[in-house]
Design a protein around this ligand. Sequence first.
Ligand code: AMP
Length: 424
Amino acid sequence: MSFNSLGLSDALLKAINKKGYDTPSPIQEKAIPPILEGKDVLASAQTGTGKTAGFTLPLLQILSEGTTKRHRPVRALILTPTRELAAQIFENVKEYSEFLDIKSAVIFGGVNQRPQAATLKRGVDVLVATPGRLLDLCNQNILSLASVEIFVLDEADRMLDMGFVRDIERIIKLIPKKRQNLMFSATFSKDIKKLANGILTYPVSVEATPENTTVEVIQQKVFRVAKGKKTGLVIKLISEGNWQQVLVFTRTKHGANNLTKKLISSGITAAAIHGNKSQGARTKALAGFKDGSIRVMVATDIAARGLDIPLLPHVINFEIPNISEDYVHRIGRTGRAGASGEAISLVSADETSFLADIQKLIGMKIPVEIVEGFEPDPNASTEPIKQGGGRSRSPRGGGSNKSSKSSTKGGSSNSGRRTRDRRN
Ligand code: AMP
């Protein structure tokens, strides 16, 4: 299969060629034809599968074949949960539309809205946005979504995790009923299926990797270790393995900062990336990580979601996530595009039930190792770690949306109902 046979225009093929892509990825092969036919698509695809091009290329083709109005109202809206992901998608949209008469823009919170408002005023065909800032600008009448023809909901599962369900509902009310919808999600919980039912009309379902399974080229390992010895073990693994690009996940922002400091003081360049970091600091950390000047990036789940880090050889879970689906997302950072990778989880006694849930979800037992000098503590309690001070997260304005209602206590009963640590 080649890009030529997918029915894409010469201008898009030229841009694809410039990016150096030879063949479409499986999700592109499956998603592009139905999108070009104008169908709604529900796609199961993780970051790293090439899903961005999967929806952007056909979307650009459809827009470029339609009539461009002089004032250029927003005709395609791409909604995504995080600023980083929004920025990345926007970069892709720009690259793929280089040889087309299409204008695109990105808007997200945490930065001054004035330049964004000025860009919108000049006219934008494709808008990439995070929900909060999008609604802000709509409420101020700076932006109208009345001409949206194509609506893309990217990383829908993470949208729900982050408590954006109400915002999505509000946004849907602002766009025309008659439109094409494309929804992407890495996992498919009941809530996601419900959301999809409310948004999509007779969707074509496409899948890049089977639901909730981990890619086989990723070697997964668990190191059973005493809680207090995790930092030492991370330093040992990175130094002795001479690992040059490592993504480490911690459960909390505080944990990310702490570990980063300790890595730096043992001579390993590192940066933390989490919700409390400014946009500038996050962008700088990511750039340093990509160009090799920073060896270790320490991230929380929400911050790391959607980061485009190609060919990452090592991912370490400093703590394993209490939400099992996050494990699948985390290790999806390694072994991308067919390259092999290693995903290591440091598991202390209090994470035993979380590990059981993860193994249940991925349908396999992860091999366990113990490193001499970093043995688990035989006297430690297996009582699960308390999350975020015991109260479940209610991220936006204290509303009781579904994803923030569930209890955080309890053992290994139902990982899908747990909430993420509020300190993430
Ligand atoms: P995504 O899943 O959209 O975040 O894409 C992951 C990475 O794969 C990005 O760095 C893309 O530039 C790259 N990519 C997307 N499509 C292709 C393709 N057909 N061939 C090679 N690389 C690709």
